[in-house]
Design a protein around this ligand. Structure first.
Ligand code: CP
Length: 331
């Protein structure tokens, strides 16, 4: 028997597009995670008959202006597992090569498909095009947002810890240029959380994200969510930072996103902000080590075998979450 999907659900998202993480509230998140979990169990049991065929006969267009391994492959796989088909367009194979604008290329793909998944060029947001398409768009990463990554991050935490509530997060790496961090923080503001932003001064958290947290704090009496944040520019060898690392439930690391730096930034002692085996040894025994991937040198390969390092599992959870999302938005 085919399992019920989220489509038509009273409580779930009513927006036409998924543009950013601010669109989701706690109820929507719960429903999306429950459906992702059902899909996961069904896939893990090998009984794909239990997966809905809501995308049967539908063609979903994937427009990716910047490289992607996980987002692109997991969305493609999700669509195909739900009975749909895909068309992939990238700037090297499209008429972008002949000077076609993003808007015109998007309009073209919109014409031939039943839904759109878009990763925009690094300097624009997908919101700019939200009134230009007939079809629903899922944002697969733009200048500021990566909502499906944040959703899969929370799904991972929920699966691994049982809850996202009352957790302490050390968020590290290149916070300034990470759209993933922005979306993750926005989603986490639906829970009681403590953020520790640990990065060198030039790569610290974007002031707009701090403003978002402070606004959420102002509304805590109506939402009931207690959120606190702390900014640390000391490196990971600092005793205060080590004390924090010993206490957190999740270490979320990101790479230096040099392709998104608009000027050459000289970062002093950047390696002192990288995770090492000895730092992992001081983490709590049930602390999760997460990373949206791809990684560079900020998490050495020797950490991969630590049972707390769940970044590859996180990538797998992304498939189930994106299946639930595609059912919901394109089904
Ligand atoms: N995390 C993430 O978005 O990975 P890709 O860039 O490989 O899609």
């Amino acid at each position: 028997e085919t399992m019920p999907s989220l489509v038509g659900s009273e409580m779930c998202i009513r927006d036409r597009h998924i543009m950013d993480a601010k669109q989701f509230n706690r109820n929507m998140l719960r429903q999306i995670f429950l459906r992702s979990q059902e899909i996961m169990y069904s896939q893990q049991g090998g009984n794909s008959n239990n997966i809905s065929s809501l995308l049967n006969g539908k063609v979903i267009g994937l427009l990716f202006y910047t490289p992607s391994s996980r987002t692109r492959c997991s969305f493609e796989s999700a669509i195909k597992k739900l009975g749909g088909d895909t068309i992939l367009l990238t700037p090297d194979t499209s008429s972008s090569q002949k000077g076609e604008t993003v808007s015109d290329t998007l309009h073209t793909l919109d014409t031939y498909t039943d839904g759109l998944i878009v990763r925009s060029p690094n300097d624009i947001t997908i919101q700019e095009f939200q009134n230009e398409t007939e079809n629903t768009i899922i944002n697969a990463g733009d200048m500021l947002h990566h909502p499906s990554q944040a959703l899969l991050d929370l799904f991972t935490i929920r699966q691994e810890k049982g809850t996202v509530n009352n957790l302490k997060f050390a968020i590290m790496g290149d916070l300034s240029h990470s759209r993933t961090i922005g979306s993750l923080v926005e989603l986490l503001c639906n829970y009681n959380v403590e953020f520790y932003f640990i990065a060198t001064h030039k790569l610290q958290i974007n002031p707009a994200i701090i403003e978002y947290i402070e606004n959420a704090q102002k509304h805590s009496s109506s939402t009931g969510y207690n959120i606190s944040y702390f900014i640390h520019t000391e490196n990971l060898e600092d005793d205060n930072v080590k004390k924090i690392l010993k206490s957190v439930d999740v270490v979320y690391m990101t790479r230096l996103q040099k392709e998104r730096w608009d000027t050459v930034i000289t970062v002093e002692n950047v390696k002192k902000y990288y995770l090492t085996k000895s730092l992992v040894n001081i983490l709590k025994s049930n602390c999760l080590i997460m990373h949206p991937l791809p990684r560079n040198d900020e998490i050495p390969k020797e950490i991969d075998t630590d049972r707390r390092a769940i970044y590859f599992k996180q990538m797998k959870y992304g498939l189930y979450l994106r299946m639930a999302l595609c059912e919901l938005m394109f089904g």
